[in-house]
Write a protein that binds this ligand. Structure first.
Ligand code: ZN
Length: 388
């Protein structure tokens, strides 16, 4: 986004592919780099979770000397067990791994620092996380080229090692002079982890490795240990994954990007290069990405509590977990209503039924238009928002 001749403010939410669609991924990455220019800054890049299909484009996108340059990366705090489960899912289900991906699984912050250089990494933690009860509301400012770029407003602080952490639901306010009258925010949400779902995986892995569960849980906090597991215990990790079939999407960062109050904006959406809805002049110009979020029970309530105030401005929303039946969330469609467009990123089903028929019917019941974005160039979605 930008105002007249002022610099652009750019953000990104995930970048990757699933099941050997490298060509389609690299085609889109190439087109973004051409548009934004080699070395062009991404003010903040969000990683929703550790699954390969949400991350494996970052290396190409941010390739030193040939790609874009991230200024900050924001991601949820993801436990080592969850990262290992994501890794197993990638190797077992035909996903894509790489040296960067393995390094990310072992130690996300270090992998990002060594691959992309000087970039600020900010982790997002759930509301009510007792490890971070002494947060204060001092805003974090992030400047680019000496100019204020954005500011985090909301509970913020440091983790045990003094690294920046913010609380789910905090607002990232774009700080350029031209936005002062048009308050545009980015709001990340992370729900509390589903701890029960990974117990079986720990149990199976400990049994396979012939060590106690307690010993495994102690050692797993050490990134070097995790790295060595990936190198030498791949077979046992995979066996534990097949045995326990744990939930792979326990922690996902969702993101709202849009206005924080009524704005006079115009919204256009194109599918395969053609306009598919009339240009609308309403305040509905925001975007809501749900990653692979599993929104059930308290987690759904927490999601609604954070985002409810923005629903009125949401125009485009991604279906949780590519429209998987497991991640059905009828309450979200009820709350958003028929003015939104829902998008599922998915290629024709092989193993996974994405998007699922039940989700398509949930959307139909609310009169919500639905688009599938696949590796086919004609399925590309472009949106344009103008406001003044
Ligand atoms: Zn996914």
């Amino acid at each position: 986004m930008h105002g007249g001749s002022s610099p652009w403010f750019r953000w990104l939410y995930d970048c990757g592919e699933y099941r050997s669609h490298h060509d389609a991924r690299d085609r889109e990455i190439g087109s973004v780099i051409r548009d934004w220019g080699v070395g062009g800054a991404v003010d903040v890049a969000f990683i929703s979770h550790a699954d390969s299909d949400h991350i494996n484009g970052f290396e190409g996108l941010f390739l030193s000397g040939k790609g874009l340059k991230p200024r900050a990366i924001m991601m949820p705090q993801i436990t080592a067990i969850e990262r290992l489960v994501s890794w197993c899912a990638a190797v077992e289900e035909g996903g894509v791994t790489s040296a960067f991906y393995d390094a990310f699984i072992a130690n996300p912050r270090r992998a990002i620092a060594s691959a992309f250089g000087d970039v600020q990494v900010i982790e997002v933690v759930p509301r009510g996380d007792e490890n971070f009860s002494n947060f204060d509301d001092a805003p974090i400012d992030v400047a680019s080229d000496g100019l204020p770029a954005w500011r985090v407003v909301g509970p913020a602080g440091d983790d045990q090692s003094g690294r920046p952490v913010i609380q789910s639901g905090s607002q990232i306010r774009v700080q350029a002079a031209w936005t002062s009258g048009y308050p545009w925010v980015l709001v990340p949400h992370v729900a509390a982890e589903i701890t029960g779902l990974r117990k079986d995986f720990i149990k199976a892995l400990a049994a396979g490795m012939k060590i106690s569960e307690r010993r495994l849980e102690e050692r797993i906090h050490d990134p070097l240990y995790v790295a060595s597991l990936l190198k030498t215990q791949g077979t046992k990790l995979r066996a534990a994954y097949r045995d326990a079939s744990p939930s792979v999407n326990a922690t996902t960062l969702s993101l709202y990007a849009g206005p924080v109050e009524e704005m006079n904006g115009r919204h256009q959406i194109h599918y395969g290069g053609r306009r598919i809805r009339p240009t609308e002049r309403s305040g509905r110009i925001g975007w809501l990405g749900t990653g692979d979020a599993e929104l059930t029970g308290d987690r759904l309530q927490d999601f609604l509590d954070v985002f409810d105030q923005y629903f009125l401005y949401v125009k485009t929303v991604t279906t949780p977990h590519h429209g998987s039946a497991r991640n059905r969330v009828p309450a979200l469609w009820e709350a958003l209503g028929p003015d939104v467009t829902a998008i599922s990123a998915a290629d024709p089903p092989k193993k996974w039924n994405h998007p699922s028929t039940v989700v398509l019917h949930d959307l139909a019941r609310h009169g919500i238009m639905h688009l599938i974005v696949s590796s086919a160039p004609r399925s590309r979605v472009d949106e344009f928002v103008h406001y003044n």
